[in-house]
Design a binder for this molecule. Structure first.
Ligand code: S3P
Length: 440
């Protein structure tokens, strides 16, 4: 545990880059590990979650090394050739590693055990064990359908047509990855679109995948027994990491920052449209494409914000950004209403309950509802902050709670004390250094 008090700051000024996208980094490693030959990944996120994926893929036969320039070189084993890992796969805090790797293993003739930290061990795995069982995998989970869990893959697996019961890119990706080594066509029907990095990257590696749109529903078909070609991948900056600096610059008077190379895939960029609708000045400079994904630099200047009713249809495109949106709402003029956010209760922590308690402790006016928060903003006045020598904010092993409340601290009168900053390393190593640099 490493507690820290984040104190009110002067304006954030300067230019920065955030680390590579977490979702894309996981997928780049996994598909490279299944290609035949050497892939190169540049600007990969070196957070603990992604390193857990790398370690698991090594344990199943891939060779993964970092060169002196910081690129990652992966020698894949080929689809169908993952090896039996000798020890349990330790997933740490990472739901994405766990659920996507379960998909890969489901159609290989190997058995693996997954373990995780206290946060991950509470998270529901039934959402992936259900479709993967239909494909033939045998899964024994702990009571409640959680980790530790053992999965025995089936080869050949059975292709399925699966309609997603929850809007989850992890479940979609688990089924598509299982489909890679399954004879015939595996189909995922997605009534609510979620991040499409898996689809983009599977195509980029040469998989036979097509996406059909029917009145807002996406039907994704992948032909199995695929042969993937090795690739060179450049990972764009993570919009979910940029979100903290975008919000900080909007909230702290006098701020003016340029965040370079931010991924702006429409299935991820919901927060930026909501902040703009609240009055935030966020300008996209030099739009371009990096690694098959839309990217731009974001120039953000301090802006007075107004409360808003957030359209629940936007939730999947900003699902990880609600904690920081709640901080923005706490300083806006008027009331912000969010709804349709049941999924936030099963993230790294129960983000509705934890953020309601955290913001209230820092002096915000918050009401917690079943599926969202209602926040009455200060109209730009700093939050009071948490009392000196009082209880710190409980982050519950959740990196995004820690970073969100750090930003709340900058926009407070007396600072906000966070109980533990170590979980930040799962997705954003270097966060504190970057923040301290911009505020100096
Ligand atoms: C992710 C999907 C989302 C997101 C998570 C990363 C992914 O989870 O919250 O941080 O990389 O596919 P769900 O699929 O559970 O919504």
């Amino acid at each position: 545990m490493h507690a820290r008090r984040f104190r009110p700051s002067g304006p954030l000024l300067g230019t920065l880059r955030v680390p590579g996208d977490k979702s894309i980094s996981h997928r780049a490693l996994m598909l490279s590990a299944l290609a035949v030959g050497e892939s190169r990944i540049s600007d990969m996120l070196e957070g603990e979650d992604v390193l857990a994926t790398a370690a698991a893929l090594r344990a199943m036969g891939a060779t993964i090394e970092r060169d002196r320039m910081g690129d990652w070189l992966v020698h894949g084993v080929g689809v169908g050739s993952l090896l039996q890992p000798r020890a349990a796969l330790e997933m740490g805090n990472s739901g994405t590693s766990t659920r996507l790797l379960m998909g890969l293993i489901a159609s290989h003739a190997i058995t693996a055990t997954f373990t995780g930290d206290a946060s991950l061990s509470k998270r529901p795995m039934g959402r992936v064990t259900e479709p993967l069982s239909l494909m033939g995998a045998e899964i024994t989970a702990s009571p409640g359908g959680t980790l530790p869990l053992m999965i025995r893959g089936m080869c050949p697996a059975v292709p399925i047509e699966y309609r997603l019961p929850v809007a989850s890119a992890q479940v979609k990706s688990a089924v598509l990855l299982a489909g890679l080594n399954t004879p015939g066509i595996t189909t995922v029907i997605e009534p609510v679109p979620t991040r499409d990095h898996s689809e983009r990257m599977l195509k980029g590696f040469g998989a036979d995948l097509e996406v059909e749109e029917q009145q807002g529903t996406r039907i994704i078909r992948i032909r199995g027994e695929a042969e993937l070609q090795p690739r060179t991948i450049v990972v764009p900056g993570d919009p979910s990491s940029a979100a903290f600096f975008v919000t900080a610059a909007l909230l702290v008077p006098g701020s003016d920052v340029l965040i370079e190379n931010v991924g702006l895939n429409p299935t991820r960029a919901g927060l930026f449209s909501v902040l703009r609708a609240m009055g935030g000045r966020i300008e996209e400079v030099n739009p371009r494409e990096v690694g098959g994904e839309p990217v731009a630099d974001l120039r953000v200047t301090h802006s007075p914000l107004s409360g808003i009713a957030v359209d629940p249809a936007l939730a999947p495109s900003m699902i990880d950004e609600f904690p920081i949106l709640f901080v923005a709402a706490a300083l806006a003029e008027g009331t912000t209403v969010t709804s349709g956010l049941d999924e936030l209760r099963v993230k790294e922590s129960d983000r509705l309950a934890v953020m309601a308690a955290a913001l209230a402790a820092a002096g915000a006016r918050v009401e917690e509802r079943e599926d969202g928060l209602v926040i009455h903003g200060t109209g730009g006045e700093p939050l009071s902050g948490t009392p000196e020598n009082g209880q710190p904010i409980a982050t519950h092993l959740d990196h995004r709670i820690a970073m969100s409340m750090a930003i709340a601290g900058l926009a407070s009168a007396s600072g906000v004390e966070v109980d533990d900053t170590t979980p930040i390393g799962t997705s954003f190593p270097g966060f504190e250094g970057l923040l301290d640099g911009l505020c100096a």
